[in-house]
Write a protein that binds this ligand. Structure first.
Ligand SMILES: *Cc1c(COP(=O)(O)O)cnc(C)c1O
Length: 456
């Protein structure tokens, strides 16, 4: 290469690579200038959705610059190396403590003496751990009750859950050979949550527990956990040797409900709630991947010995519970930053704004005259709608989804869960980063999208 060529290779315009396909199957033989590589990857991503216009996701798309900076600083740490990064480990512990107390663990009970939990990569790992807690404690109770747990013809463990479950529960049941007893939606009813009568009918001696979904992914409905807890108490009084417990999957609502009005007790304030999971990267307001799971008591009766693995930490041996091993400490730092930076008042303010924005959006969708809002965001931060009865147009919700994409908005249309799968709905998830400015832009584009489908 002569001097001029070398200079051209320093940047993207006029570089050899700019005239070639990006490598796919084979690593390139030679290195490329980092600036060129960076620019080409930025160009490769050009037509990806803009994260802030993705109204499908529950996941955080904006944090504060201070959090970005802190997380960048911690990117090269490994959260599992508790001896090397003791402060990261301490921050994770403090997060578990604060989250446990946010969910109704009494003030005088302390982490880790009285209750236990761990950070995870997300709710999927956290749900898996909550499920394992139920499975292994059931095994101990069942054995003590004289049940042959190896006789899978008669004693295959089962788990009871509403049909609006997130796919992680299907994975849990598949991986660990647990029968999933699904409670379908009630036919011909508007109810979108767990039918408690039907759920209780499915309970037997092989039931490891009931998963209550506090914030159903598809509809924004919540299971009535207070009523469920009461029924479980009654059942347990009659079945003292094999009582059942509740795990609450509050992947998104677990960081939303504590800060807004309108929710009945759903957490550790209820007697039979054994464990709860949440995604830190949903309403915990941290970028993906962080989640949390907490058990109400730090006893083997809640989290059996075989699910605790020893790791060395500052010369001590402590329990490691998580499934994943190495991962960056940066999301833990981001979560701790949010908890101390916003405090209770800050989380409350963010979630109250979510409600205000939801109200505006839901009114705008109703005002179009075409739609009936099924969940309006006055409870959970999710707005779902379907066609109003009698509306006769040549387009459907999938067409609206496509038209909105032309303006950059991702707003999915999809069928309801089992028994009502013939009903198509469309959904917006309102996140704390969606301020009124973004909402107003969306409302304007929603109008343009409807004009488009009407005149196509
Ligand atoms: C998002 C979600 C999950 C999965 O959580 P990840 O953090 O994405 O792993 C599980 N359950 C419910 C109800 C969810 O909304």
């Amino acid at each position: 290469m002569d001097k001029k060529d070398q200079a051209l290779e320093q940047n993207w315009l006029g570089s050899v690579e700019a005239g070639e396909d990006l490598p796919d199957q084979e690593m390139p033989e030679n290195a490329m200038n980092p600036t060129v590589a960076k620019q080409l990857i930025e160009h490769f991503r050009l037509d990806e959705a803009k994260a802030d216009q993705n109204l499908t996701t529950f996941c955080t798309t904006q944090m504060e610059p201070e959090a970005d900076e802190l997380m960048k600083q911690a990117m090269n740490t490994n959260a599992i190396d508790k001896t090397e990064y003791p402060k990261t480990a301490a921050m994770a512990d403090r997060c578990v403590a604060m989250i446990g107390h946010m969910w109704g663990i009494p003030e005088n009970e302390k982490f880790p003496e009285d209750f236990i939990g761990t950070s995870t990569v997300g709710s999927s790992e956290a749900c898996m751990l909550g499920g394992l807690g139920m499975l292994f404690t059931w095994k101990h109770r069942a054995k003590a009750a004289g049940i042959n747990i190896n006789d899978l013809d008669h004693h295959k463990p089962n788990l009871i859950i509403g049909s609006g479950y997130q796919v992680v529960w299907q994975k849990f049941c598949t991986y660990w050979n647990v029968e999933m007893r699904q409670v379908p939606l009630k036919k011909g009813s508007d109810e979108l949550n767990l039918n408690i009568d039907e759920a209780m009918k499915l309970v037997d001696e092989n039931t490891i527990g009931i998963v209550a979904i506090f914030g159903i992914t598809y509809t924004g409905a919540v299971d009535d956990i207070q009523a469920l807890d009461k029924r479980v108490s009654e059942y347990n009084e009659d079945h003292p040797t094999l009582p059942i417990r509740i795990h609450v999957d509050s992947a998104y609502n677990g960081f939303f409900a504590p800060w807004v009005s309108g929710f009945e007790p759903w957490d550790f304030r209820l007697k039979n709630v054994a464990s709860i999971n949440v995604s830190g990267h949903k309403y915990g307001m941290v970028y993906p991947g962080i989640g949390w799971v907490v058990w109400r008591k730090n006893t083997y009766d809640y989290l059996p010995k075989e699910l605790r693995f020893s790791v060395k930490y500052l010369g001590k041996t402590v329990d490691s519970i998580a499934i994943n091993f190495s991962r960056s400490g940066s999301n833990i730092v981001g979560q701790y930053y949010n908890l101390i930076r916003f405090g209770k008042a800050g989380y409350r303010a963010c979630m109250e704004n979510v409600r205000k924005v939801s109200e505006k959006l839901s009114k705008a969708i109703t005002d179009t005259g075409y739609f009936e809002v099924i969940t309006d965001g006055s409870e959970l931060p999710i707005i779902t709608w379907k066609f109003k009865p009698g509306v006769d147009v040549k387009w459907n919700l999938y067409d609206v989804q496509d038209a909105l994409k032309m303006f950059g908005w991702q707003v999915p249309a999809y069928p309801l869960p089992k028994n009502r799968e013939d009903e198509i709905v469309q959904r917006i998830v309102v996140r704390p980063g969606m301020d009124m400015t973004i909402a107003n832009d969306f409302i304007a584009d929603f109008g343009h999208a409807l004009d488009y489908v009407n005149h196509k």
